[in-house]
Write a protein that binds this ligand. Structure first.
Ligand code: ADP
Ligand code: MG
Length: 584
């Protein structure tokens, strides 16, 4: 049985910090991951109809000794890693030692457990993170965690939860994802007032898939099995006719961990090629196995994203595997257009017709556009090369930058011309800065000489209370001013007052869609803020402002695209101009 230790502060410092528990589904996800790490064969999950009132996850895994049960609720207490080096080879789902502590802090938590070696079990009860009772219990080997009154001591969080049905939906989705990825485990799942689900051990994920998606979607499904470039792929691909309007039914697992991944999503989408219209998303389960050293799991506080050492290789392998799987749907005599699916990404705009960019370059570029920006530290050959060239080329202080129709900025570069979309570029810059501030330090604020009083709706006021810490980190200083009004006293430095206040209101108004699609709030806030604070089309920029925009754009981690995947600049090579003028 594993032994829990408190991680050394030097290791803790290397772990991506941030909020772990933002909604009931996050509790269930963490508890299920713990049950899986404990080598359970049977995992039962139960939720009350209002899941924040009660959730219970029970397993028949290794269980814990009394000492471990007491340590488990402490922060940075884990049996899964010891040193910072271990972070590069994580094989378990957990490794931060924070989940139980984070859950306990905002709930009434009861942990009951018995290890296979012990005769009696231990029950630990905690309230708001403090242990209030420890007792011996008789029970089967394994662990049961009951979480009640989630967020009882953080009312803003509680108020911020979506409707009961929405929370149940997200929670069920989390359970289903793991049930799909672990067919060898017997799952039981019940939600008060709904039909129970019992998923006995299945032979493989195809069988599990058929149980989950039902006969019709199950029949058309294509098993996925592929191995290339050190990546092993297993999964199921839904028939094109079962594609949905949202990405909700795509499940990705990397070394057994359920993740959300723009790279994998894009690869699957491209693999379907012309079989689907651009606004449809196939049902898919794609599970990758690869050397843990080639995956960084420590990129997101909730562990919901991972980064591949070689992002473009993974992309290629998945796209090819899906493409092969889809062969049988393609009428004889029609070849799949390769590479397909780029049109909608806007990537083609960077490569005008007749361009001779290799497939590899196009893929890297498409990846750059799809990749969750900023998280992506992997240097992608093409992107880096191109941005680096541009940086060099533009570093001469006296190069002229022209503004065209108050929309585009033009500058000569070595070997051609670069055209920058002023709004998209500024959006990329502000987005990356906002993210850095939201996840890490605080942005600098500029104090307004005359505070600006803004009227807010009750909803926006609620949002303000909820988002206050985030807004502060962005550089906003806001205080209540009367019943329905707030006074904005400080705004993010470098943004004109009007845009800053406008973007504040947009962020507040957009809370309704916050957290949709599993997007972390920081991500959503950074995007909304950037979109509304960026210079607009139609705005005249001084030469100094143009210069600053160029410099800052090419200093970002992903200068190619705005946060929505639209290109920020287009490069026109001299050869293209020459060709058009009939010089060659
Ligand atoms: P992490 O999973 O990152 O290690 P957690 O806070 O989720 O951190 O759990 C802390 C420790 O408690 C784990 O490392 C593990 O040793 C133990 N633990 C938690 N849940 C279980 C469980 N269901 N069965 C056995 N041990 C568990
Ligand atoms: Mg854990």
């Amino acid at each position: 049985m594993p032994v829990i230790r408190i991680l050394d502060p030097s290791v803790v410092g290397k772990i991506r910090a941030g909020e772990v528990i933002d909604r009931p589904a996050a509790v269930v996800k963490e508890l299920v991951e713990n049950a899986l790490d404990a080598k359970s064969r049977l995992i039962s999950i139960h939720a009350a109809s209002h899941p924040e009132r009660l959730m219970r996850v029970q397993d028949d895994g290794t269980g814990m000794s009394r000492e471990d049960a007491l340590l488990a609720l402490r922060r940075h207490a884990t049996s899964k890693i010891e040193s910072a080096d271990d972070l590069s080879y994580v094989r378990s789902l957990g490794f931060r030692g924070e989940a139980l502590a984070s859950i306990a802090e905002v709930s009434r938590l009861t942990l009951s457990t018995r290890s296979t070696e012990d005769l009696t079990g231990t029950q630990v009860e905690a309230l708001g993170g403090a242990i209030i009772q420890v007792s011996g219990v008789g029970r089967a080997a394994g662990t049961t965690v009951v979480v009640e009154d989630l967020f009882f001591n953080t009312p803003a969080r509680l108020r911020f939860l979506k409707s009961r049905d929405a929370e149940i939906r997200v929670l069920s989705r989390a359970v289903w994802s793991y049930a799909l990825a672990y067919p060898q485990i017997h799952w039981k799942f019940s939600v008060e007032g709904r039909e129970d689900t019992d998923l006995p051990v299945a032979v493989d994920c195809v069988e599990r898939w058929q149980v989950l998606y039902g006969k019709s979607a199950g029949e058309g499904a294509e098993p996925l099995m592929h191995e290339a470039g050190g990546v092993r792929l297993v999964g199921v691909l839904g028939a094109p006719e079962h594609a949905r309007a949202t990405r909700d039914h795509q499940t990705f697992a990397v070394n057994g961990r359920i993740v959300s991944s723009a790279t994998l999503g894009a690869a699957v989408r491209q693999g379907y090629g012309n079989l689907l219209p651009s606004d449809r998303y196939p049902l898919a389960l794609v599970m990758l196995e690869l050397d843990p050293a080639l995956v960084d799991v420590n990129v997101h506080p909730t562990k919901r994203e991972v980064r591949f050492r070689d992002e473009s290789r993974v992309f290629q392998v998945v796209r090819q595997a899906v493409e092969l799987g889809m062969r049988r749907y393609i009428p004889a005599g029609i070849a799949l257009e390769a590479p397909s699916g780029f049109a909608s990404a806007g990537a083609h705009r960077l490569y005008a017709e007749g361009n001779t960019a290799t497939l590899e370059e196009q893929t890297a570029l498409a990846l750059a556009l799809y990749a969750p920006a900023g998280e992506d530290g992997t240097p992608m050959a093409v992107r880096e090369r191109e941005a680096g060239d541009l940086r060099d080329s533009l570093s001469e202080p006296e190069i002229p930058i022209w503004q065209l129709h108050e929309r585009y900025l033009l500058a000569p570069i070595r070997g051609g011309l670069v055209i920058v979309d002023q709004h998209a570029a500024h959006e990329r810059i502000l987005y990356e800065e906002a993210r850095a501030n939201l996840y890490g330090g605080a942005g600098t604020s500029q104090v307004l000489l005359f505070p600006k009083v803004v009227d807010l709706t009750p909803n926006e006021l609620d949002a303000l209370l909820m988002l206050e810490p985030h807004l502060k980190r962005l550089g906003f200083e806001v205080s209540l001013f009367g019943e329905r009004q707030v006074a904005v006293r400080g705004i993010p430095a470098g943004i004109p007052e009007e845009s800053a206040v406008g973007s504040l209101q947009s962020v507040l108004a957009s809370v309704d869609t916050l957290g949709e699609g599993g997007e972390p709030p920081e991500e959503h806030i950074a995007k909304t803020f950037a979109c509304h604070a960026a210079v607009r089309t139609g705005q005249r920029l001084s030469p100094v402002e143009r210069r600053a925009l160029f410099d800052r754009l090419f200093a970002t981690s992903l200068p190619h695209g705005d946060p929505h995947g639209r290109p920020t600049y287009v490069r026109v090579p001299m050869e293209e101009l020459d060709r058009r003028f009939g010089r060659r």
